[in-house]
Write a new protein. Structure first.
Length: 262
């Protein structure tokens, strides 16, 4: 499945404008043969918005979700987008996967919140593994800081995730996460990882770009630079199966020794 990574910060503070940016990118991705487009973290609203992040939060089935489902249907490709999710009296940092026919397949709430801003404005999720079937692949969802905890990626590997989608807002000086940690996670867990970042300055933060699709061999199939960019690469089930057959990490685990890690 050809997968498109939309490395963009959109138009922070404007859901309407970000829906337009997403629609335009979906058109380009579909024209290039992509079956899936993935955005950066909190793409729908912007990241560095202070208290406005809660004002712009929407439910998983809200107006923006309907608009994105229509975009997916019109362009004929699946979309994974990140947004502030309003649920009852809480707000979560979430990512939702929508199929090419507009069906909402999965919604994941970030479990590991990074820094004071996130801890003050979001409630952490409590479901570590969220998956859906898409075009013959088991697709899993995480967000940003989550991938820096090896337990999260391993939980997905043990649950059979083939392609792990990770919208992110990776800041300077932590670019080594995109350059080194993500490819290693893909290799040690024998999966593809699509890691999609924001770019440029927002408030006190400068986002590092460097979005990548890493394969189970630890090799980046594509890597963006430091600016706004749409990059594409293929997720190959045959290569994944062969790699898993040749790599013994998951088979050679000894879970009985790991009890003290809890």
């Amino acid at each position: 499945m050809r997968t498109a990574l939309l490395q963009s910060s959109g138009r922070p503070g404007s859901v309407v404008e970000n829906l337009k940016v997403l629609d335009e990118a979906a058109g380009r991705a579909a024209a290039a043969g992509a079956g899936l487009l993935v955005t950066s973290e909190l793409f729908l609203t912007g990241y560095a918005l202070g208290d406005d992040i809660t004002v712009l939060a929407e439910p998983a089935d809200g107006d923006a979700a309907d608009a994105i489902a229509e975009t997916a249907t019109r362009h004929g490709l699946a979309l994974a987008y990140s947004y502030p999710e309003r649920a009852a009296d809480t707000v979560h940092n979430s990512v939702q996967l929508v199929s090419a026919d507009g069906t909402r397949l999965a919604n994941y709430r970030k479990t590991h919140l990074f820094g004071r801003f996130e801890r003050e404005h979001f409630t952490p999720g409590d479901q570590p593994v969220v998956q859906a079937e898409l075009n013959g692949l088991t697709v899993g969802l995480l967000l940003c800081y989550d991938i820096e905890f090896p337990e999260n990626a391993r939980a997905h590997a043990l649950a059979g995730t083939d392609l792990l989608l990770v919208p992110t807002a990776l800041m300077h000086p932590f670019q080594f996460v995109a350059e080194s940690v993500v490819p290693v996670r893909a290799f040690e867990n024998q999966m593809y990882i699509a890691y999609v970042n924001r770019v440029g300055q927002e408030g006190e933060w400068e986002f590092a770009g460097l979005s990548t699709l890493a394969g189970p061999d630890g090799v980046a199939r594509t890597r963006a630079g430091r600016g706004e960019e749409l990059v594409l690469a293929d997720v190959d089930p045959a290569l994944l199966a062969a790699s898993r057959g040749n790599n013994p990490y998951l088979r050679d685990r000894r879970p009985g020794l790991y009890g003290s890690l809890g």
